[in-house]
Design a protein around this ligand. Sequence first.
Ligand code: PMM
Length: 388
Amino acid sequence: MAGGERPTPSVPSGAAACSGGPGPSGDAGPVGAGSSGAAPVGAGSSRAATPVGVGSSGAAGPVPTAGSPRVAGPVPTAGSPRVAGPVGLRHLGDGERTLVMGVVNVTPDSFSDGGRWFEPAAAVAHGHALVDQGADLLDVGGESTRPGAARVPLEEELRRVIPVVEALARAGAAVSVDTTRAAVARRALDAGALLVNDVSGGLADDDMYAVVAAAGVAYVAMHWRGHADVMDANDVYDDVVTDVRRELAARVAAMRAAGIRDEQVVLDPGLGFAKAGASNWPLLARLPELVGDGFPVLVGASRKRFLGHLLAGPDEEVVPPLARDGATHAISALVAAAGAWAVRVHDVPGTAHAVRVATAWHRAGGRICTDRTVGRDGAPAVGGALSD
Ligand code: PMM
């Protein structure tokens, strides 16, 4: 197993991420270069929250750096050519641009578009429309993960997802399957999917890693602390960024042990999952820390609740999902500028523009960096800064 041969270097804290100006094509130094040698900020924090309804997620250190020298380094930059995509997807995009993953929810009850693409023909037509609008990838899912949602039986998930994956893949689209079930992943890969997007990071189905390892395909491991019925109760963190990185590190260790190679792995901070509101913002503001861990990063902020709360007017009425696209575009530009590999969104045209803005920003020498300092108690002070 290639992954098992790799050392697990310490992770740059990101605290010095503003130093040095990256060139538009500036490759990072070797793996682990730029690490101050100090222990990662906040690593080893003793107060780990206990997720509800999930077994121990492990208490490893922050995410081990991936082996590729093209992705390591302390200064994540916009649309960075340093962030190679996962295996099987490197033909997408121009290598410098954050990719746009368009959402195809074949569900009656997803929070922002539930029911609109529930019929297979409508879902396939929607997928084609998203590609025409600029989507690089299509993420097909058959189970809503909105807070409180009930689980869908396996056979029903298969019935919803497989024909849509098959039709879109046959037409030449790069298709991802959004599932926590190994059996669905297996069937979707047989039907032509190139990537498995697992919001549970492998915690929901013990067979998932074996399927992904055997297929050798790209795999998104999202930060997750339990199914939709319990996730809001799990929004308990000491320092959310450090805790999420530590829990993702445990997933990386488990993936390596199961034979999944680093080049297959994409990590995702899991916005909105066990992050009801305020917890989402540090994960965005300090995204360079996760990007700096060396794996491609996917961000799924699209139309999520925390944006509805952000945009609420004086009456405090939460803005509905379809009115959250402008905020989603802004986040897409920011995380693209911070080095995200891809953004998962419902509204593709605006996001395609947003990531192009980020690429232009990067090519002109702009960068986003963290500007955090370490508090007296050793905890990081949350903060992000834009600089150009
Ligand atoms: N969010 C949703 C579904 N799948 N997958 C990843 N990797 N990351 C996410 O943030 C994510 C996801 C929920 O959104 P939806 O109900 O609109 O699909």
